[in-house]
Every structure is written in C-alpha cells, then in structure tokens.
Design a protein around this ligand. Structure first.
Ligand code: AHM
Ligand code: MG
Length: 354
C-alpha cells in the first residue's frame, strides 16, 4: 500500500541499510541490558578494526612499507609480515580506552597484552589472529582476521592467563573478517551465524546474510595435499576415497578464513590434520579453530579434532595447536569414520600380535 511519507516505496532498502552490526547484536539479544550493550560495543570495535585493516589492504600495492616481511620471527617460529604487525596493532589501538577489554591475546604476541587502564572495569578478553593466511598478503589474494571473546575470569600475577586454558564453550562471541572482493564480517553470539558486508560508501557493515546454515553435505574438500606423505594412514585413506568417488572437488586457497567461508555457504569439509613434523597440525585452538568451531556449530555443522569436538578441547597453553576437521556434518563424519576404522584395525593387529 502506498505510504504518504514514502511514495517511492524506499523503506525496504533504507531498512536494509540501517541493519548495522551493533543494532543487530541488540536485536539478537532482545535486550538493552548492560551485557547486551557491552557485546554490541565490542562488535562495533571489531568492525572498526576490520575497516582500518581493509582500508590499508586496499591501498597496499601503492603505499611504501605495507607489504613484505619485517625480518622478525614470531612466537610460532613464522616469519612476520608488515601487515601482520600492523593488524595486530590495530586491534590493540581500537580496544585501548574502550573500557571493555582488559586483555588481548593474539598469534603475534607471546604473552597476553594487558590494557591496565581498562582492567578495573573491562570484563572481557579478546583472542585474535590479526591476519590469517599471511602468505596471500603480498599477492593480493584473500586473507582474513579471526576473533573470539571470552569473559575475563581473573588476572594472574604471572601473566600466564591460565583462565584462558578452558574449552571453546566458554566463548561468548566469535567470528571472522574476510578481506576478499568485498570485506565481510561473519559473527555469532550463540544466536545463529550472521554475515555483514562492508559498504565502502557508508563505511558501515550492513547485514547481508542472516541465520546462515551450512548444508548437511557438500562436494568440497579443502586440504593441503602437499602434506599427503606427512599424514597418518587414516587421512590418506580418506583422500584416496574422495579421489576414487564422484561428487568431490578440491579447493584450497592457503587462507583458512576464505576456505572456511566457502564451506560455510556451500558445504564440504576443511581439514588441517597432524603431520609428522607437526603432530598437532598447524592451526591454533584459542584464536583459530575454536572460534570457527563455534560458528560452524551455530550454523548446524561440526568441528572435530578427529577424536573429540573442537569445542571440548582444552588447550595446554595459550598457543596450543590442534588438528581440525570442520564443515558439513556428513563430510566431517566421513573423515572420522576413516580415523575410527584405522584405530579398529590397529587394535585388532595389536591383539593378534600378543
Ligand atoms: P597464518 O595465520 O600464519 O597465516 O597461518 C594459518 C594459515 C591458514 O590460513 C591456512 O589454512 C594454513 O595456514 C595454510 O597452511 P599451509 O601453507 O601449511 O597449507
Ligand atoms: Mg592464522
């Protein structure tokens, strides 16, 4: 029906443009309580970090000192890129004086970073991977940032952050930012998974996909097959299976966020299993696999280490790694079935050898 105040019927597109991230969080929680306001403000800050990183990336080929290595090696033993450091610093700067976050922990910092002025009132810890898929930075391919928010449960004198060594079910929010053809922010606060797209003309993330569900099964398997001879026999069995059966296709970009994003929308499975050199795999639990596990469970999928749900895994240290099998329920179960079958065979062989 025509509206005297909206004769051109523009309400719909205006409504869409007003679905910003902070408003969405409050709507999801259906509350204006202090906790809801905090979460909304936290997500707003993360969006600001995303915009700053996105802006720098969009000009990276033209500006001196943005691309390339710093010459340093981080706590993970990996060479640090300039963008890794910049993005790490962006999150710190954005959360300084926020009054919200007392402590940040990231892939690029050996120990958590405290913001003492926030600690009397800051009730949250932010865990993050500032740039995921660093090898893609210098060649202008997709990269991401991953984040996770936990309640701060105490403050250690020794800076060990032992309260963080708890399972992923302690997360109150998690998500990622994908710097692709457009910049997208995908998040959950335990009420489904929602995606926002950055509108550069507005400088705002606008809701683009609400209540995303991952298909029960999908065609994609995403894994670095260059590690084939480094894997256990069970993972090789699975890969041989997908090679010999129709309906599977491989996709691997070298950036977890991009590969995960494809699977979230189209179904399939991403794997980073343990290797001979790295029995726990490459990816870190607290700020890479646990946040994505929270998202995939909220979207109706699964994330497993091969022996337990990722969200149940308890890290032994801040930078603990874990093997990961994540995606559509049926695809994850298929990989697990090969792991279980090998285990059964090994147990039988051990029994026979007695
Ligand atoms: P990064 O956070 O240092 O970039 O490392 C994580 C990345 C993931 O994005 C990606 O899935 C994986 O490492 C790729 O590793 P590989 O080159 O061993 O396949
Ligand atoms: Mg990473």
């Amino acid at each position: 029906m025509a509206d005297a105040y909206d004769p051109l019927g523009q309400d719909k597109s205006l409504d869409r443009d007003c679905k910003t991230l902070s408003r969405h969080v409050l709507e999801q929680l259906n509350s204006f309580s202090p906790d809801a306001q905090d979460l909304s403000a936290l997500m707003n800050r993360i969006a600001l970090a995303a915009k700053l990183i996105s802006r720098r990336l969009s000009q990276s080929g033209l500006v001196e000192g943005v691309l390339g290595f710093t010459g340093d090696v981080n706590v993970q033993g990996e060479e640090v890129k300039r963008m890794d450091l910049y993005a790490n610093q962006v999150f710190i700067s954005v959360f300084k004086q926020s009054g919200l976050v007392c402590r940040l922990a990231s892939e690029e910092m050996e120990k958590p970073y405290y913001i003492p002025e926030n600690c009397p009132i800051g009730r949250y810890t932010l865990l993050y991977d500032p740039i995921d898929g660093s090898s893609n930075i210098d060649i202008n391919l997709n990269i991401g940032s991953i984040f996770s928010i936990r309640q701060q449960e105490g403050m250690d004198e020794d800076n060990s952050a032992s309260d963080l060594l708890q399972n992923g079910r302690k997360q109150i929010a998690a998500g990622y930012i994908l710097y692709g053809p457009s910049t997208m922010l995908v998040y959950t606060i335990g009420t489904g998974v929602h995606a926002f797209t950055l509108d550069p003309s507005l400088g705002e993330f606008i809701l683009s996909h609400e209540n995303i569900t991952v298909p029960e099964i999908g065609p994609v398997y995403s894994v670095n097959e260059g590690n084939f001879w480094q894997w256990s026999e069970s993972i090789r069995d699975y890969i041989r299976y997908v090679h010999r059966h129709e309906g599977y296709t491989a996709r691997y970009s070298g950036a977890l966020v991009g590969d995960f994003h494809r699977i979230l929308f189209q179904g399939g499975v991403f794997l980073y299993p343990g290797t001979i050199k790295k029995p726990e795999g490459k990816l870190r639990l607290l700020y890479e696999t646990a946040p994505l596990a929270f998202l995939i469970e909220q979207a109706g999928g699964r994330a497993s280490t091969g022996t337990e749900e990722i969200l149940d895994a308890v890290p032994e240290k801040l930078h603990a790694r874990t093997p990961v099998i994540i995606g559509s329920k049926e695809n994850v179960a298929l990989v697990e079935s090969f792991i279980a079958e090998r285990k059964r065979q090994e147990a039988e062989e051990a029994l026979a050898a007695k």
